[in-house]
Design a protein around this ligand. Sequence first.
Ligand code: NZQ
Ligand code: ZN
Length: 387
Amino acid sequence: MLNFEFKNPTKIFFGKGEIAKISKEIPQDARILMIYGSGSIKTNGIYEQVKQTLKDYDLFEFGGIPANPEYEVLVKALQDIKENKITYLLAVGGGSVIDGVKFLSAAANYEGEPWEILKKPIRTLEGKGMPFGTILTLPATGSEMNSGYVISRRETREKLSSGGPGLFPQFSVLDPEVVKSIPKKQIANGIADAYTHVLEQYMTFPSSADLQERIAESILISLQETAPKVMAENFDYDAAGNFMWCCTMALNGLIQKGVITDWAVHAMGHELTAYYGIDHARTLAVIAPSHYRYNFENKKEKLAQYAERVWKITEGNTEQKAEAAIRKMEEFFHSLHIQTRLSDYTDDYLNTAERVEKAFTERNWIGLGEHKKLTPQDAYKIVEMSY
Ligand code: NZQ
Ligand code: ZN
């Protein structure tokens, strides 16, 4: 097991009605900016609950953060923060709203052009971001308990990430009741995103970090078992809770400690969202099978372990098990009505591989993957395989 440091300071409030507790977490004299998306919280009762809980505070609002949070919109929120002398941020939404708030937390105390924080990128050190909390409305990204974020800039077709230890939420509320109003398409996205988060930290080569490996496999199995229950018509509170906690645990730092991780699927997937606006999770389902097939020799032992422990495949040699595992993963995405080829999402896919190669070359991204050996030319071939 590799050496590691682990500190995750986010306090979790899990369960029905827990939103009511947040006022105890925010200083009484705070000037709060509540930030949300395109309005789902106004129709499912979450907005009213937050307003009621924070009725004794100086509370300001900024709505309209779009999916794949847009830099231009966030810059307007930044102006509001400065004009209203805001001291505390509250994200009420999914990964997009939470990521947007992390960027605002970093930018609020940054002197230069805010885009530099993403372009360079600049990490936000402990104590340097504006304090914030989150009320999660869509289980998927794990952003509610980690310190990373991803921002899009449509003008330049860029989707860039940044983060730092100063950007953990102070608290996050995980109330499974919010799952009731989520469209099935978004639930499927959430499952696929969390599932791929585990794979990115697991699908490398067998490690000696037994506990991390077993926790990762448990999250994968739990997501597989929970998926049909949360995709069913009737709301199942316990299934929603398991789904939510799996998503948080998939990317709160725990399973990546002491092991080598990959993350190349996300790097390529972000490019597909930047060009075509394809939902984040769906880009991962497009890239992951090609990535694992292209890197089969390096990953086959771990793929076979995944086949045995997660899918209970006992027949065949290492290669056969590994191939069966990739097919099982694809079938799992399909069971969520998520397609796994780029041509399922756009007709204009033919020069995507070239675009990704060019973007990675411009950003000097040499050394993706667990062995840090994948080049922009490898990315070209992987993306081409996903057509
Ligand atoms: O805009 P609102 O009204 O909030 O509606 C949203 C949005 O239309 C809707 N929704 C959310 N909660 C709902 C709901 N609708 C009904 N009922 C509810 N309770 O769902 C739609 C999608 O929301 P969004 O926040 O965009 O989805 P998600 O949570 O999947 O976030 C995606 C973003 O997170 C980034 C992605 O790249 C993408 O930009 N990621 C962030 C990560 C992180 N910070 O650690 C890691 C991930 O890998 C990912 O890259
Ligand atoms: Zn993701």
